[in-house]
Design a protein. Sequence first.
Length: 80
Amino acid sequence: MFGRREPVPFAFVAEADRFRSNVTPPPRERLSAGQMAGRWLLGLTIVAGLVGSLVIGTPALSTGDNPGSQPQQSQASQKN
């Protein structure tokens, strides 16, 4: 199954380096003001969401090393 190999002509790869097209692509269309504003608004919304999640999530990641904080104990561990 692996012993049978057919030669594949790779001449087209060498020709591709020399080939130059004389057809120019059409110019890109300019975005309208509404499309530009929509892209900016989408970008600002994404950035604001990331910043907001960072601001909200940061207190949850803090270790709580405040000098006045006491470790929490469950009622089962307290003896009366």
